[in-house]
Design a protein around this ligand. Structure first.
Ligand SMILES: C[C@@]1(C(=O)O)OC[C@H]2O[C@@H](O)[C@H](O)[C@@H](O)[C@H]2O1
Length: 469
């Protein structure tokens, strides 16, 4: 049985992780340009100054994607190329780059799927409070409209934000991402609120432009499951789902925040400063979302946490989502299970966890259209006789595509799959060691590209529309 004819087979990247050209053609500095230079913040001091030089090599990269038969390419726009200081004058060379990238995709019939924000914030905004300052939300709305008006004649698929829980959680709770603040729950929840507000304003403007494309937001999808049937652990899983999933999906799809979380925030004094106008903006625009993007890599297995620590210490190593850490509020902890399989970076491999999670989402949100906007295996790929023999990645993606096909036939409204990542690129906290791509980049030989075994495998999957899966 094939995947439906309108299902998109894609792959993804993100501007800071792939482009390089950090100071080229009028681009302004970003939070990551500065943060990545702070000793100890990134793996072996890696940064995106050059990344894999997609900025200069995108024509070669897109041609390779076309050779693979890729139907859609998800990439992000670097805000600081368009508005170097965040909300001032437009940089025409920045618009020119993305116009050329989009046109290169269309030349091969590859559908561009554009993410407006994938964590690289113009430095001027970060230095003025970042996402805890409403100015940033308003600047995002201005930036989005410029992108809609510049690219919207050819781009018909838009994602506002990638993984709010990551850039807010790692930025204000774990300190592993800019602005590098630890354990500030008030700022964390405030930042998430302004992101949701910016999203709602941006989709309202998009719909008003009548460009007749589709727009949504991409979240981490990290379904939490109890380690056993003990009541306290079942409650821990519910707590995790409320804070890690419903807090993110409810304000978008329902236009209101989950009551369970609001009650905890009230009790702890973490409730964001918000206005009735902002809350009404969420309510008024919830129905305008065309889809939700899910970045699924793993579920989490949780149990009630009984260790009380005055302050939870964080580091780069405790911020790479491997199990064993307490939640930010200490309520639960994630557990590595003896009967599960894990990647080298300690992420559980669980296609079945994805299927169960999809039914959880459908039960809460109904028949909302969804894309898998990221899924893939971070690995150190084996090289045998000069060939990149990434069989583990093939098996990982194969198993997840099988589950996606099964979910579709069980009535889950999934419309596309974007492997993370199209090409090996910079991982924020793992440098170039943790590879995800179908295309290998040789950092010892001029960043030359080379097709991996998975490149040929994915090409066949697309050609046959997954009939053999
Ligand atoms: C933490 C990590 C990783 O490096 O493994 O997860 C997988 C993937 O998720 C994406 O949203 C990030 O932009 C990308 O950098 C990757 O980040």
């Amino acid at each position: 049985m094939k995947f439906p004819h309108d299902f998109l087979f894609g792959a993804a990247s993100a501007s800071y992780q792939v482009e390089g050209a950090a100071n080229k053609d009028g681009k302004g500095p970003t939070n990551w340009d500065v943060f990545s230079k702070i000793p100890g913040k990134t793996f072996e001091g890696t940064n995106g100054d050059i990344a894999v030089d997609h900025y200069h090599r995108y024509k070669e990269d897109i041609r390779l994607m076309a050779e693979m038969g890729l139907e859609s390419y998800r990439f992000s726009v670097s805000w600081a190329r368009i508005l170097p200081d965040g909300d001032g004058e437009v940089n025409e060379k920045g618009l020119a780059f993305y116009n050329s990238l989009i046109d290169e995709c269309l030349k091969y019939g590859i559908v561009p799927f554009v993410t407006l924000y994938h964590w690289d914030l113009p430095l001027a905004l970060e230095e003025d409070g970042g996402w805890t300052n409403k100015r940033t939300a308003e600047a995002f709305v201005k930036y989005s409209e410029i992108c809609f008006r510049s690219f919207g004649d050819r781009v018909k698929h838009w994602i506002t934000f990638n993984e709010t829980v990551m850039f807010c959680g790692l930025g204000y709770l774990k300190g592993a991402h800019p602005p590098g603040i630890q354990n500030d729950e008030k700022k964390y929840f405030q930042a998430t609120h302004y992101v949701f507000y910016a999203h709602a304003k941006a989709i309202e403007i998009y719909k008003g432009l009548k460009q007749y494309g589709e727009i949504g937001i991409t979240h981490v999808f990290l379904p939490a499951y109890s380690v056993n049937d003990r009541e306290e652990n079942l409650r821990a899983a519910q707590h995790a789902n409320e804070f890690e999933t419903f807090w993110y999906y409810d304000p978008i799809l329902k236009g209101e925040y989950p009551r369970y979380v609001l009650d905890v925030l009230e009790e702890k004094g973490w409730t964001p400063e918000w206005t009735e106008e902002e809350l009404d903006t969420l309510r008024r625009n919830a129905g305008l979302n065309d889809f939700i993007g899910l970045n699924y890599y793993q579920p989490i297995r949780v149990e009630k946490n009984h260790e009380t620590a005055a302050v939870i210490e964080h580091s780069r190593e405790t911020s790479t989502l491997a199990p064993g850490s307490p939640s930010f509020d200490g309520y639960y902890r994630t557990v590595k299970m003896a009967d599960k399989t894990y990647t080298k970076w300690g992420w559980e491999i669980s296609p079945e966890g994805f299927l169960d999670g999809l039914h959880m989402l459908k039960a809460r949100y109904g028949d909302v259209k969804m894309y898998v906007t990221e899924n893939g295996l971070g690995d150190e790929d084996p090289i045998i006789d000069g060939e990149i023999v990434d069989v583990p990645r093939i098996k990982y993606i194969e198993e997840h595509l099988k589950v996606i096909k099964k979910a579709i036939h069980q009535g889950i409204n999934l419309k596309g799959y974007y492997a993370w990542s199209a090409i090996d690129l910079l991982s924020w906290l793992n440098g170039y060691k943790k590879q995800y791509g179908f295309i290998y980049v040789d950092h010892k030989d001029g960043l030359n590209r080379k097709k991996k075994l998975s490149f040929h495998w994915y090409k066949h999957v697309i050609e046959t529309r997954g009939e053999e899966l």
